[in-house]
Design a protein. Structure first.
Length: 119
């Protein structure tokens, strides 16, 4: 089953969940703020995609990270920072046995679903 990781108050997460519901796609939602985020999740995702795609450098939280820490960010520091501050996670994260995707765009996700059904 598709798992969607995000934050309930996130507009992009809400748009993604509405899209999935309207398409009849079953999913399980995991709120990283309420339900938690653990290092095993982050490592599993970072093993499947580039860790930099997981880090939301557009967020207000990112701007609060000290410049010295941002300057020499690496995988281990990024995962530890996201673990400490889950709002640094780019949202939503879609996890399925066959794929992982970060962020949501209706056009991109619609194209992806079309390829999945044709493949």
């Amino acid at each position: 089953m598709l798992k969607v990781y995000g934050i309930k108050s996130c507009d992009t997460c809400r748009k993604a969940m509405t899209f999935l519901t309207n398409k009849g796609i079953e999913f399980q939602f995991h709120d990283v703020r309420e339900d938690g985020l653990n290092i095993q999740m982050l490592e599993r995702w970072a093993d499947r995609i580039d860790w930099q795609k997981l880090l939301n450098k557009q967020s207000l939280t990112w701007r609060k990270v000290p410049e010295a820490d941002r300057a020499d960010m690496n995988r281990n520091k990024a995962l530890a920072t996201m673990l400490d501050q889950p709002t640094l996670l780019k949202r939503p994260v879609f996890e399925h046995d066959d794929y992982i995707a970060v962020g949501f765009s209706e056009a991109r996700f619609g194209d992806f679903l079309a390829k999945q059904s044709n493949g």
